[in-house]
Design a protein around this ligand. Sequence first.
Ligand code: UDP
Length: 330
Amino acid sequence: MAILVLGGAGYIGSHTVYELIDAGRDVVVADNLLTGFKQAVHPKARFYQLDIRDKGALDTLFQAEHIEGVIHFAASSQVGESMSDPLKYYDNNLYGTMVLLKSMVEHGVDKIVFSSTAATYGEPERVPILESDKTVPTNCYGNTKLSMEQMMGWVSKAHGLRYVALRYFNAAGAHISGAIGEAHNPETHLIPIILQVPNGQRDHVGIYGDDYPTPDGTCIRDYIHVTDLAQAHILALDYLIKGGENNVFNLGNGVGFSVKEVIDVARSVTGHPIPAEVSPRRAGDPAQLIASSAKAVEVLGWQPKYNDLSTIISTAWKWHQAHPNGYGEG
Ligand code: UDP
């Protein structure tokens, strides 16, 4: 039986496909290639170009393939864009997931692991954040992901489907081989933007606000290597295959770095001065997000391997130096 990876041409999806194939699993990838890249799809995966909002295309896939479980990454994921274009997020993330679940229920596919986010918590009451803490998203992206979790809960009660929601903190880094990495167009994420400076693609990095209630005034995030995230998806799917109940897990390293600290680590990894300038805050950004991943460690047996920020940035640097334009030319 095969594992279906929706959004398997995207950043975290493509890394998960590489780990699944390395583990000897049979993998089907579906992606609409709006933000993903065909070149990121592992050559040993069977690829379908489809949009999850297209129920007919999903039905055809479920009829053609013998799918044991689904890993669902197919969603829009930019905080800033979700604030300026919320309806895009309801369409792609919520409506897309609704169509997917309908098709899964009709075809008797009853296990799903999917990308949720630390943005479901909003401004945390304390750090590190536990899965049982209050969820009050401060941006539309986080709101759609929380609603996806809730949708799974109700569908589970009615139809017996089981799910694991993985609440990622800040995914970063690239495959250790350098074969695949992070490529967004336009790029909005901090580490790839920082690395555009030593790569000669921008002359400085903008720091979005230095008046947050944190020690140096810049936002604090918990950066986790994309391959460690990928491994957690495989563990979560195996947990469901073994009969595990619906569950939600945080995935982070449990250590926070401010924007200024991340820039400093990138300076020492690249040996470049990386000039930085403070610019206005970005809408929807909480001051501080740090995970407690104790539950994933205990229940799933997850052990992040790349838990040091300079190693994480080194893998990203290797990828961006070799692929300054991502999967495009040059
Ligand atoms: N950030 C920044 N400058 C940039 C991009 C991001 O200061 O050019 C900050 C952003 O405000 C946030 C942190 O870096 O506090 C991480 O942002 P990113 O977009 O990478 O991830 P997010 O936390 O939104 O998932």
